[in-house]
Design a protein around this ligand. Structure first.
Ligand code: GTP
Length: 480
């Protein structure tokens, strides 16, 4: 079986995104919302729910998930929605103080530090229930206080304590609702850069625009934007949960996308939004083939981060195509044709392999059974791009941060926090984090140059945990 993945969800955003993700996964693996298996006749199981769920002797599925928040509201609503049956109560951490982190990174960070033993115990207990533990995924926002601060501490601990395991994040950037968001984001970005292996970055501005254009919703709610994120998460893990010949582990996917550990931000694009995942009203959608999907996901208006900004230079591109056996049958030739066209349309970094890698996943039999014939004929697809299209959002965060810091605006809450007494000088932390962001921006800029590989220090060349890129370079573009 592919290795197990433990999900950590922190703060309001992390838990609400998680709520959608688990609901999607339960649907795809025939699991009721309280964890019991769905009783349906005539479905042959070819899935591996064990990657994300453990089971007990009565057949109940429990997510390998740890839910963390500093206030109880969201977690209580998740418990109520799942009839208190899906999640293990031992995997839930709600701060006894109960007031949230009030959008302060330092508040979230210090709370995590004080409760480190309790959290590590939860993580270790989950690891004990795995046979072949592969890594973690953290779901969080980088803009508030808990997902960013608690999440930052978690990332430091994960990389310290489980250095051989993958750490991937789904990191949601805010849309300026929180005035101190640039501070929280810069402090968190340092941990994304230094203490994780891969980050799937989405921003709420892009998600809202995509949701309103594609889901025919005038003012999209978090529920709508979270469906987009959970669709990406589901697609990204499809080949792990419905294994075929290739890309059966997160490591194999990430090693294709991350040629050097210094460049590990990934931007998702997805098409089309059909009723199996996102849009219950999308019945009239026109047919979509693998050919259509490979070309459509290149549209910058589908990019879930830096929506519609000019296209950057690609370091690597990975497509995951999903459909029923029937809709995927004899698609090889049209996939090849689409890849040739796609390669002409996008720019690759001169030192990169310039290949678009493709994995072919499957549609869940539980979803295919309930679907109309039309949706069962549709191929959907996710593109993950490691590209300099990430630069606009990084520069925007840096500029907003500099404007606030120039006036020492809203700093008091950070200066007077317990961080200074319990951890260290918060101003040093700010300066250091800002420098890390600057270096990350410079690194992505440099990646556009033909000399990029020559400019890398010997120390950097040693590489990180995501290994095997060389082998993937030799890959043909398609890995069916
Ligand atoms: P505190 O509230 O300070 O304890 O931290 P928190 O991490 O719980 O805050 P939260 O997750 O609410 O982070 C704030 C940012 O996340 C803002 O940019 C919100 O717009 C965004 N956000 C909050 N909930 C959601 C959600 O369910 N989905 C999405 N996409 N964004 C969300």
């Amino acid at each position: 079986m592919p290795g197990e993945i433990i999900t950590l969800q922190a703060g309001q955003c992390g838990n609400q995104v998680g709520q959608q993700f688990w609901s999607q996964l339960c649907g795809e693996h025939g699991i009721e919302k309280d964890g019991m298996p769905v009783k349906v006749e005539g479905i042959e199981r070819n899935d591996q729910p064990g990657v994300f769920f453990r089971t007990n002797s009565s057949g109940r599925y429990t997510p390998r998930a740890i839910l963390i928040d500093l206030e109880p509201r969201v977690i209580n609503s998740i418990k109520a929605e799942t009839n208190d049956g899906l999640f293990d109560p031992k995997d839930i951490y709600v701060s006894s103080e109960g007031g949230g982190a009030a959008n302060r990174w330092a508040e979230g960070y210090v709370n995590a530090m004080r409760n480190k033993e309790e959290i590590l115990d939860m993580i270790n207990r989950e690891i004990d229930s795995c046979d072949n533990f592969e890594g973690f995924q953290l779901l969080h926002s980088v803009a508030g206080g808990t997902g960013s601060g608690f999440g930052s501490f978690l990332l430091e601990e994960l990389s310290d304590n489980y250095s051989k395991k993958l750490v991937q994040t789904y990191s949601v950037f805010g849309a300026s609702e929180v005035v101190v968001q640039p501070y929280n984001t810069v402090l968190t970005l340092k941990r994304l850069v230094e203490h994780s292996d891969a980050n799937i970055i989405v921003d709420n501005n892009s998600l809202t625009t995509i949701a309103s254009k594609n889901l025919q919703v005038l003012s999209p709610s978090y529920n709508d934007t979270n469906k987009l994120i959970s669709t990406v998460m589901s697609a990204c893990t499809n080949t792990l949960r419905f294994p075929s010949y290739s890309y059966n582990s997160l490591t194999s996917i990430l090693s294709t996308l991350i040629p050097t550990p210094d460049l590990h931000f990934l931007i998702p694009s997805y098409t089309p939004f059909t009723s199996d995942f996102v849009n219950a009203a999308a019945k009239e959608i026109r047919g979509s083939t693998a050919y259509d999907v490979i070309l459509e996901v290149l549209d910058k208006k589908l990019r879930m981060c830096s929506y519609n900004e000019p296209n950057g230079v690609n370091i690597s591109v990975f497509d995951i195509l999903m459909g029923t056996e029937k809709s995927m049958a004899s698609q090889s030739e049209s996939i090849q044709k689409a890849l040739i066209k796609a390669r002409e349309r996008i720019q690759f970094a001169p030192w990169s392999s310039s290949a678009i890698h493709v994995a072919v996943g499957s549609k869940s039999p539980f979803i295919a059974k309930g679907d109309t014939r039309e949706t069962n004929d549709i191929v959907s697809g996710l593109m993950l791009a490691n590209s300099t299209s990430i630069l606009p959002i990084l520069r925007q965060v840096a500029n907003q941060y500099d404007q606030l810091m120039h006036r020492n605006a809203f700093l008091n809450n950070y200066l007077n926090s317990d961080y200074d007494t319990e951890v260290g000088d918060i101003m040093d932390e700010f300066n250091d984090s800002r420098e890390v962001l600057e270096n990350q921006i410079a690194e992505y800029q440099l990646s556009e140059s033909i000399n990029y590989l020559n400019e890398v220090d010997e120390e950097d060349e040693e590489g990180g945990k995501v290994e095997g890129a060389d082998q993937q370079e030799a890959d043909v573009e398609m890995n069916l």
